[in-house]
Design a protein around this ligand. Structure first.
Ligand code: NAD
Length: 487
């Protein structure tokens, strides 16, 4: 059995307690993990605070921070295959996706490496004589980061990269479901040469480890990715110390197809948009909203494609859909499909767990026209597409916005003016037109409403890890006059 350690204050440690990690492809235990408890969290946060104010990091220039980040990026690229195999083994995400995604994670670190010495303060044209006033941009402080099981290296890179560029120190909590890739990544942080305590990487359970981290008095900002229910706990805990939060949460993203779209191309995007990562993607295009005149034609294309998907062991390159990450998730998907069918949704294809070992579930399409199906409102985080149809553009927009979420959306049409109207009208943080699931370190990403607040990616994300300090300097040598007259 493979054994992992966590990383606190520059040291690899076994932790107070241990837990076992399950291979979702077989349901068997495959690795032994360190479980951080409250005292470990305390140690990690104290190490981060010490590194921020007292260690060599405090004297590291922005350019040197950038160089360390470039080194980390190179190490991620050089170790991408190993990291990908660990992520696949521990979470079931297929190797085709983990290897491509982790190779791209290196580019996120490169982007923030380049930004490190471009974060500038400013000089203010103040309305008083003999006074110079500046805004200094400083690191915000010790940051707590929590990520869910899917794409942990990616979801942590969009936090760690900008936070390091800004000069912060941090404690990163890997998900208890599949922490192996992040714990291994800690070895690259160490090898890159970041001073002890700058990046601490632990894992443990949400209500104990996560909660202790979120309410730690030395944590000033919490960068969280996960579900809205957990986010509420995080925000409540943050209130204790008035820590700020950025929240990247779930979605129920609309995927709108008009009759004039290239249906074959839209179908490929739809199939990837919902079945990639076995649907365990926050941006899954899980609500297909299709123009009625092409509904049957479009459904028959995606049904054919869904039924042709190669389901299999995630470590095999030929596999297109792997297992769900946990038994809990497999049961959740099955129960929500059953509830939706009972409410009147019609199964177009799929709908079943696969027999045998592992947490597999068939790619599933539910026709929800004319019914109030829970599948249209609740996030599966699994390979299930719900379909409704529309007659008019206004109806399509209304259906798209009929959700408490607002993370992503897709519009497929050849009509330019309509595309423009929809990109303005859709209430979601990302609108993809004639494409889906594209991301880049250069493009900010984040949601509205239950999908969260704050943006990751882009220049602004690095500024979010800074705070400004206003410096007043009197330039006159004259004695200070009467203190009871304001100037
Ligand atoms: P989750 O909310 O259960 O867990 C996320 C992380 O929070 C885990 O590390 C967990 O241990 C931790 N946690 C749990 N309770 C906590 C607490 N009380 N205090 C602090 N931390 C706590 O999420 P999940 O079920 O692992 O992942 C699925 C969810 O994540 C979905 O809703 C999905 O849409 C969302 N997600 C969002 C994005 C995005 O960028 N918007 C990306 C991926 C996943």
């Amino acid at each position: 059995m493979q054994r992992f350690q966590y990383y606190i204050d520059g040291e690899f440690l076994d932790g107070e307690a241990r837990f076992q990690s399950i291979d979702p492809a077989t349901g068997d235990v495959w690795a032994d993990m360190p479980e951080a408890r409250e005292s470990d969290v305390d140690r990690a946060v104290n190490a981060a605070e010490k590194a921020l104010y007292d260690g060599p990091w405090a004297k590291t220039t922005a350019t040197q921070r950038g160089k360390l980040l470039y080194k980390l990026a190179d190490l991620v690229a050089a170790n991408a295959q190993k990291l990908a195999e660990l992520e696949t083994r521990d979470t079931g995400k297929i190797i085709r996706e983990t290897s491509a995604q982790i190779a791209y994670v290196a580019d996120y670190y490169r982007y923030y490496a380049g930004l490190a010495d471009k974060i500038e303060g400013s000089y203010l044209p103040i309305d008083k004589p003999d006074m110079d006033v500046w805004l200094r941009r400083e690191p915000i402080g010790v940051v707590a980061m929590m990520v869910p099981w899917n794409s942990q290296l990616f979801l942590s890179a969009v936090k760690i990269g900008p936070a390091l560029a800004a000069g912060c120190t941090m404690v990163v909590k890997a998900s208890e479901d599949g922490p192996a890739p992040l714990l291994e990544f800690a070895r690259l942080v160490h090898e890159a040469g970041f001073p002890a305590g700058v990046v601490n990487i632990i894992t443990g359970f949400g209500p104990s480890c996560g909660a202790a981290l979120g309410r730690h008095p030395k944590v000033v900002h919490i960068a969280f990715t996960g579900g809205p229910e957990t986010a509420r706990h995080v925000v409540r805990n943050s209130a204790e110390n008035l820590a700020s939060t950025s929240l990247e949460l779930g979605g129920k993203s609309p995927f709108i197809v008009f009759a004039d779209a290239d249906l074959e191309s839209a179908a490929n995007a739809q199939v990837a948009g919902i079945f990639a990562a076995t649907g365990q993607s926050c941006v899954a295009g899980s609500r297909l909203i299709v123009e009625r005149s092409v509904k049957d034609a479009f459904l028959s294309i995606i049904k054919r494609k869904a039924e042709a998907i190669r389901i299999g062991p995630p470590l095999e390159m030929a596999t297109e859909v792997g297992p769900l990450a946990t038994k809990r998730q497999q049961d959740h998907v099955a129960a929500l499909v059953d509830k939706s069918v009972q409410s009147g949704a019609r199964l177009v294809t799929g709908g079943q767990k696969l027999d045998g070992d592992g947490y597999y579930f068939q790619p599933t399409i539910l026709d929800c026209d004319g019914v109030t199906s829970p599948s249209l409102a609740e996030e599966f985080f699994g390979p299930v597409l719900s379909v409704v149809s529309f007659e008019t553009e206004a109806e399509a927009l209304k259906l798209a916005n009929d959700t408490r979420y607002g993370l992503a959306s897709g519009v497929f049409t050849q009509n330019l003016t309509r595309a423009h109207r929809l990109m303005k009208g859709i209430r979601a943080g990302v609108v993809w037109v004639n494409t889906y699931r594209a991301v880049s370190p250069i493009a900010p990403f984040g949601g509205f409403r239950l999908s969260g607040q704050g943006r990751e990616g882009g220049l602004a994300a690095a500024l979010d890890y800074t705070r400004t300090k206003t410096i007043w300097l009197r330039t006159s040598d004259d004695p200070i006059p009467d203190p009871f007259v304001m100037r």
